[in-house]
Design a protein. Structure first.
Length: 114
């Protein structure tokens, strides 16, 4: 049986980015401080080699990411991340309000959503 796990990520103000986020400024004004722990060490993630974290953070992060089969994200997050640049380790599926088909590409393959 498939297990569904939720792991919402927000800052204390309820957002995952700084003010005025956009495709050009993905994390918004000063939003990179929310994710500084991805680059505050020297241990690379097995899944995102550009992430250099503390050994403890890398072990925790990789354990969680290694169990992900798909990511369901809001349409705004999907658009601002530019579909994660096609480099998400798992299929990324955006939620949307309009009907139609979207193609989602990731390292593990391509899928589509209605």
């Amino acid at each position: 049986m498939t297990k569904v796990v939720t792991a919402p990520s927000t800052s204390l103000d309820g957002l995952i980015a700084g003010a005025d986020d956009s495709p050009e400024q993905r994390l918004g004004v000063d939003g990179d401080r929310l994710f500084s722990w991805f680059s505050d060490g020297d241990t690379p993630s097995r899944y995102y080699l550009s992430f250099k974290m503390s050994a403890v953070s890398a072990a925790f992060f990789d354990e969680g990411v290694g169990r992900v089969g798909a990511v369901i994200a809001g349409r705004r997050t999907y658009d601002i991340s530019k579909a994660w640049g096609g480099s998400a380790p798992s299929p990324g599926v955006p939620l949307r309000h309009r009907r139609g088909r979207i193609s989602c590409t990731c390292r593990r393959g391509t899928g589509s959503v209605l």
